[in-house]
Write a protein that binds this ligand. Structure first.
Ligand code: LMR
Length: 391
């Protein structure tokens, strides 16, 4: 019968469960990457509220086509690549947020005969699980210089060397912006080199676009890497998530954009994978995104709200840095050098555990979600981190 060894829990959700069940009134979550406002509450964007009112009772519960809502996909493409880009080679399929898009993309790579997929070291933990689950081998390429986390820099020489060492037809997952967990992105010139090597080596490229708008505060500036790939003649895939930038975590809305002269055939193959997995995508989340992006007024509201979320995070970075420098007498400049939702603090696992004993939660890697920090809990977070690193 059902005889199985225990399955390890997912680290992000396990941490969230620990946080939720912690009875301490002082507990603070800097674990899961979900935006919280300055009072520590989840945010429903006002453009999303307005879109829900517009959709209202008219919302139908009919099936979407397997590829999803065509108008949502058109607007998603425009946002992803920027207005005015030549999208004649691009076809799209709606996905269950970024994770679902990666699932379809990796299953596609498997179908194409790809054997092995690489992600950055370190990366978001689910990249490995998704790759293995698609029946592919998983490996990593060098990303951050792990020898000195206080000066977080990409180890670009080794990153390029690792890309050069990959075989034609192997896959590579790159994060488009706001790298999770490090908060460190390649520069424009570095992206150009990455694009060149990926093209020359004949790699299957998947861009994981989970934080558009969160890195710089501007959705169009955050699509720099995607536009660099678009202006090359490469085939590639972009997996977009609307969890973070629209605050639609629970709606599972996303899209995969396929750039290729064969994009229609590729999307048809992905449709078959989707049909055999979940049949067709959920509707309400894409109705919301479509309503916001399709209205010039709501789109403006959205751009300013993403900007506000991003700048609140930036101001918390500065506050964390100042407080920790005051408490420890050492530099925490890396916290403000990094961008996006996360900061790779450089805390060891032992130090992370000390913080957890004080009910301050972060991932074992020392990653904090800066979105969990606010003016009310800043002092305590820094007090606890300061003590953990000094002991
Ligand atoms: C995270 O990294 O915390 C988020 O992307 C949530 C998740 O699904 O892991």
């Amino acid at each position: 019968m059902f005889s199985l060894p225990p399955t390890p829990e997912d680290p992000v959700f396990a941490l969230n469960r620990l946080f939720t069940s912690d009875p301490s009134p002082l507990k603070i979550s800097c674990g899961i990457g979900a935006y919280r406002d300055n009072s520590g509450n989840p945010t429903v964007l006002s453009c999303v509220k307005k879109a829900k009112e517009i959709i209202g009772a008219e919302s139908q519960n009919e099936y979407l086509p397997i590829a999803g809502d065509a108008e949502f996909l058109r607007l998603s493409r425009e946002l992803c690549f920027g207005d005015g880009s030549d999208l004649s080679n691009v076809e799209s399929i709606q996905s269950l947020s970024g994770t679902g898009g990666l699932y379809l993309s990796l299953k596609l790579l498997k179908k194409l005969g790809c054997k092995k997929v690489y992600a950055s070291n370190p990366t978001w933990g689910n990249h490995k699980s998704l790759t293995l689950n698609a029946g592919l081998e998983y490996s990593t390429y060098t990303y951050l210089d792990l020898s000195n986390l206080k000066t977080p820099e990409i180890d670009f020489k080794n990153l390029i060397q690792d890309l050069e060492g990959m075989q034609k037809g192997e896959g590579v997952i790159l994060q488009a912006c706001g790298h999770n967990p490090t908060g460190v992105d390649p520069s424009e010139g570095e992206w150009e080199e990455i694009v060149e090597v990926c093209g020359r080596k004949g790699l299957y490229v998947i861009l994981d676009n989970a934080y558009q708008g969160f890195a710089s505060g501007s959705p169009s500036s955050d699509s720099l890497s995607i536009r660099k790939f678009l202006s090359s003649s490469l085939d590639f895939l972009v997996c977009c998530s609307y969890a973070k930038n629209f605050g639609l975590y629970g709606q599972r809305v996303g899209a995969v954009h396929v750039v290729s002269s064969e994009s229609k055939n590729v999307v048809d193959a992905m449709k078959q994978i989707a049909r055999a997995t979940y049949s067709n995508p959920p509707k309400y989340g894409s109705d919301i995104v479509k309503t916001v992006l399709g209205s010039s007024e709501l789109r403006e509201d959205w751009i300013s709200e993403v900007g506000e979320m991003s700048s609140r995070i930036k101001s918390m970075r500065l506050a964390i840095r100042e407080k920790l420098e005051e408490k420890t007498g050492t530099s925490w400049k890396h916290v403000t050098d990094q961008i996006g939702m996360f900061s790779y603090t450089g805390l060891s696992k032992e130090q992370v555990m000390k913080c957890r004993e004080e009910s301050v939660y972060m991932l074992d890697s020392g990653r904090i979600s800066v979105a969990g920090v606010n003016e009310g809990n800043l002092e305590r977070i820094c007090e606890v981190i300061g003590k953990a690193v000094e002991e």
